[in-house]
Design a protein around this ligand. Structure first.
Ligand SMILES: [Zn+2]
Length: 448
C-alpha cells in the first residue's frame, strides 16, 4: 500500500521504488493535425475540406512495463476511425521496432468527427476528387511514422511508477436511439431520459516516486460528435485531455472511447458545449485522482485474437448490379466496389476477422478491447457477466463497422443496419454477433 506513504517517506524509499511497485511507465504524444486543408471524416454532409483548427489532434502513447513481463503499449488517436490495413501497418512497425507480440499492443481512436479521413475507414461515405484522395493517401502513409515516434518517445521516457486505478462517473451521454435530440434538455430536467447508458469513467493513473502524475488513461462511452463544423478538433475528449494536462503540467492524458456507438453528447453543436462536456469529464477524472485508488499489483497478461464474425448474407452479382443502380449514391457506390472485387476474380467475404483483446493488469483489473463502433449493451453485459473490475474499450485496433448487440441488430436502424453501407461491408451482421463476441471476451477474461 505504498500509495498512502507520506511524501517524505516516499523520497527515502525512491531507490527501491520500481522494485516495490513492480512497474515502469512512459508517456508521450505526437501531433496528428493535418498541415493543410483536407477532407474531414465522420459526416457525409460535409462538402469541402477543413477550414482551420480548434484544438490540435494527437497520437498519444502509454508504455506500461511490468517488472516480470513484456511491456504493454496503448496508443490513442484523435481520429474518427482506423481501417484494418492501416492498423496492421502501424502495429507491424511498433512490433518490429520494440520486439513486441501483437497482444501487447492496443490502438484506440476517440471517434472525433472533426478529424481527417484516414485510409479506407468510412471511405464509402465520401465523394472527393483525385487531389483530395491523394491528400488522404499521403496522410495515411505518414500516420504509422508519427505513431511510432510517439511510442519511441514513451519508451524513452520509461521510469519507475506506481500504477493505480478507480472508476468515476459522468452523466452527459444520452442513448440516442431512445431519446429525440430536440427533447433531451426537457427529458433530462424531468428525469425521463430512456434507454441503456454506461456513465462509468475508468481512470488509470501513473505516478512517479514523488507522487507526481506522469500519465493518466481514461475512457467514456459516448460519441465524440458535439461538433460537425469545418475545424480540426478532438471534440469533447480533446477538451477533456487538455483540461487534465493543464491541471498536471508534464503529464500526458490519454482518452479511449468505450461502448458508445448508440450514445451521443446531448444537447450539442456549440463549441461551448464541447468544452463543457470536456470539463465535466476532466472533473470526473480529477475526482477519481483526488481519492485513494487501488494499486495495480501482480502479474499482467495479454491476449489478442481475431474471430470470424459472420455477415448475414453474401450478395449475388445480380443483386449487386441492381444495387449499383440505386438512387441512394452510397448504396450504389458500395455495390460498385464489390462488383469490382468480383470482376477481379475475388470472392465477397462471408465474415470479418474481428479483433478481441484482453489485458489483465495486475491481479484485479481487466481491460477488454473490442473493434468497431460497439453499442452500450456490450459493456453493460460484459461487466455484469464477468465482474465489476472490468473496463471495456470500443473503437479498438480496427473500426470496420458498427457492432450492434442482438437487441439493436433486431431493432435495425442506423446502428443495427444502415450504417453498414457507409462502412462498405456487403451486408448487415449475422444474428450471432453478440454471442460470438461475448463468448470470446469471456474466454479471454477467464484466461483461456
Ligand atoms: Zn459513430
Amino acid at each position: 500500500m505504498r500509495y498512502f506513504i507520506p511524501l517524505l517517506a516516499v523520497m527515502f524509499v525512491s531507490p527501491l521504488f520500481a522494485a516495490e511497485t513492480g512497474w515502469k511507465a512512459g508517456f508521450a504524444k505526437e501531433k496528428l493535425t493535418p498541415d493543410g486543408p483536407m477532407w474531414m471524416s465522420g459526416y457525409a454532409s460535409r462538402t469541402g475540406p477543413a477550414e482551420g483548427t480548434e484544438i490540435e489532434l494527437w497520437a498519444k502513447a502509454a508504455v506500461l512495463q511490468p517488472a516480470d513481463g513484456k511491456p504493454l503499449v496503448l496508443v490513442t488517436l484523435d481520429l474518427v476511425g482506423i481501417d484494418r490495413d492501416t492498423s496492421q501497418i502501424i502495429c507491424k512497425r511498433i512490433m518490429e521496432k520494440h520486439k513486441l507480440p501483437r497482444e501487447s499492443l492496443a490502438l484506440s481512436v476517440s471517434h472525433t468527427h472533426c478529424g481527417p479521413v484516414v485510409g479506407k475507414n468510412l471511405r464509402s461515405m465520401y465523394f472527393f476528387d483525385e487531389t483530395q484522395g491523394k491528400l488522404v493517401d499521403d496522410y495515411t502513409d505518414a500516420l504509422p511514422g508519427k505513431v511510432l515516434k510517439a511510442v519511441d518517445a514513451a519508451f524513452a521516457a520509461l521510469e519507475p511508477a506506481s500504477l493505480s486505478w478507480a472508476t468515476g462517473a459522468s452523466g452527459f451521454a444520452v442513448n440516442r436511439r431512445e431519446n429525440k435530440e430536440a427533447e433531451v434538455t426537457m427529458l433530462r430536467e424531468k428525469g425521463l431520459l430512456k434507454g441503456p447508458v454506461d456513465h462509468d469513467v475508468p481512470v488509470l493513473a501513473a505516478r512517479d516516486a514523488k507522487e507526481n502524475l506522469k500519465g493518466v488513461v481514461f475512457g467514456y462511452a459516448c460519441h465524440a460528435t458535439v461538433m460537425a463544423y469545418m475545424k480540426w478538433s478532438g471534440d469533447y475528449p480533446g477538451f477533456a485531455m487538455l483540461d487534465v494536462e493543464k491541471a498536471h503540467p508534464g503529464a500526458v492524458a490519454l482518452f479511449f472511447a468505450g461502448c458508445g456507438a448508440d450514445q451521443n453528447p446531448l444537447p450539442r453543436r456549440q463549441v461551448d458545449l464541447a468544452k463543457n462536456y470536456g470539463k465535466q469529464l476532466a472533473d470526473s477524472v480529477e475526482a477519481v485522482l483526488a481519492k485513494p485508488m487501488a494499486p495495480l499489483v501482480g502479474v499482467s497478461t495479454a491476449t489478442y485474437r481475431e474471430i470470424d464474425l459472420p455477415l448475414k448474407e453474401v450478395p449475388t452479382r445480380e443483386e449487386l448490379i441492381k444495387q449499383s443502380m440505386a438512387t441512394d449514391k452510397y448504396t450504389a457506390a458500395r455495390a460498385k466496389m464489390w462488383l469490382k472485387q468480383l470482376d477481379a476474380g475475388k470472392d465477397i467475404p462471408a465474415s470479418y476477422p474481428y479483433p478481441v483483446q484482453t489485458w489483465r493488469l495486475g491481479k484485479d483489473l481487466t481491460l477488454v478491447t473490442l473493434g468497431g463502433e460497439v453499442v452500450v449493451d456490450f459493456s453493460l453485459r460484459l461487466k455484469k457477466d464477468l465482474g465489476g473490475n472490468l473496463w471495456v474499450m470500443g473503437y479498438a485496433n480496427d473500426v470496420m463497422a458498427y457492432i450492434p448487440s442482438a437487441r439493436v441488430l433486431k431493432e435495425g436502424g442506423y446502428e443495427g443496419a444502415t450504417s453498414m453501407i457507409y462502412y462498405g461491408l456487403p451486408s448487415v451482421w449475422g444474428e450471432k454477433v453478440e454471442e460470438l463476441i461475448v463468448a470470446e471476451a469471456s474466454k479471454q477474461v477467464r484466461g483461456k
